[in-house]
Ligand binder design. Structure first.
Ligand code: PGA
Length: 257
C-alpha cells in the first residue's frame, strides 16, 4: 500500500446469515471495486466465510480480504481460536485488531499487542482499532487514546509501522445506538493527536507515513466531508458495508476526491 492512497474497509461483523448471501455481496462489491481506480478496498468478513471468499477474490492487490479477529498463537491447544498462519494460508491480507466490540468482550491491550506482532510476522496487515468509549466535555479521551497506542505498540519496531493501519473509532459514534455522529473536526483533532503521539514514540516521518482510518456511522452523506476535512486516509465502515449501493457510493466518493 503506497502512503497516501485511500483505503476503505467494510466490517461485516456477524453478518450475513448465510454463505450464499456472503458470496453474493462479496461478488457485487468486487464489481464495484473494479470500477474505482485509485483506492484500496477491503472486506473483513466472518471467519466462517473467509476461505470461500478468498477463492473468488481474484488477484487484484487493491482488493483485500480480511478477518475480524485472530489469536496470537499460531497453533496448539487453543480451542475455538484461529491464528495468523492459518489466515495467511487461505490468502488473508488484513485483520482487525481490537475492535471495540471485541474489547467489550474482554480483550486487553496486552492481548492486542501480541496479536499485532503475530499478524506482522505473517505479513498480514493489522488494522488496529482504537477509540474512547464516551466524551464528557473534558479532554481525558486524549489520554485514553495515548494509553491505547502506547500499550498496543509496545515493542513494535519502527520498521513495522509502514505495514500497520490505525482505525480511530469513537465508540460512542459506532452502530445504530450511536450517541451522535462525530464531526470532521473531531476526526481531524484525533488524527493529529495520533500522529503526534506516534511521532513521540517513533519519529515524525514514520508516524506520518501510517494510514489512519475513521470509523463510526460513516455513510454516503458524511463520507466526503470526513475525507476532505477529517485528516484521515479512509474508513472502517460497518452497517453501510452490508448495503451494496451505499458501500459502492462511498468507494466512488473516495475515488473521486
Ligand atoms: P458502523 O460500524 O459504521 O455501523 O457505525 C463501524 C464499526 O464498528 O467498525
Amino acid at each position: 500500500m503506497t502512503e497516501r492512497t485511500k483505503l476503505i474497509i467494510g466490517n461485516w461483523k456477524m453478518n450475513p446469515k448465510t454463505s450464499k448471501e456472503a458470496l453474493q455481496l462479496f461478488k457485487e462489491i468486487s464489481v464495484a471495486q473494479k470500477k474505482v481506480r485509485k483506492i484500496y478496498v477491503g472486506i473483513c468478513a466472518p471467519t466462517i466465510y473467509l476461505s470461500e471468499l478468498s477463492k473468488i477474490k481474484g488477484k487484484s492487490t487493491k482488493f483485500l480480504l480480511g478477518a475480524q479477529n485472530m489469536f496470537y498463537e499460531e497453533s496448539g491447544a487453543y480451542t475455538g481460536e484461529v491464528g495468523a498462519l492459518q489466515l495467511k494460508n487461505i490468502g488473508i491480507d488484513i485483520v482487525l485488531i481490537g475492535h471495540s466490540e471485541r474489547r467489550a468482550l474482554g480483550e486487553t491491550d496486552v492481548d492486542l499487542n501480541k496479536k499485532v506482532k503475530s499478524a506482522l510476522k505473517r505479513a498480514i496487515t493489522p488494522i488496529i482499532c482504537i477509540g474512547e468509549n464516551m466524551r464528557d466535555g473534558s479532554v481525558w479521551y486524549l489520554s485514553t487514546i495515548k494509553t491505547q497506542l502506547e500499550n498496543v505498540f509496545d515493542g513494535i519496531p519502527k520498521s513495522a509501522l509502514k505495514n500497520i493501519v490505525i482505525a480511530y473509532e469513537p465508540v460512542w459514534a459506532i452502530g445504530k445506538d450511536a450517541v451522535r455522529e462525530a464531526t470532521p473536526e473531531e476526526s481531524l483533532e484525533m488524527s493529529i493527536f495520533i500522529k503526534r503521539t506516534l511521532s513521540h514514540m517513533y519519529d515524525e516521518k514514520s508516524a506520518h507515513a501510517m494510514k489512519i482510518l475513521f470509523g463510526g456511522s460513516v455513510n454516503t452523506q458524511n463520507a466526503e466531508s470526513y475525507l476532505r476535512h477529517g485528516g484521515i486516509d479512509g474508513f472502517l465502515v460497518g452497517r453501510d458495508s452490508l448495503v451494496l449501493k451505499s458501500f459502492a457510493k462511498i468507494l466512488t466518493i473516495a475515488d473521486t476526491l
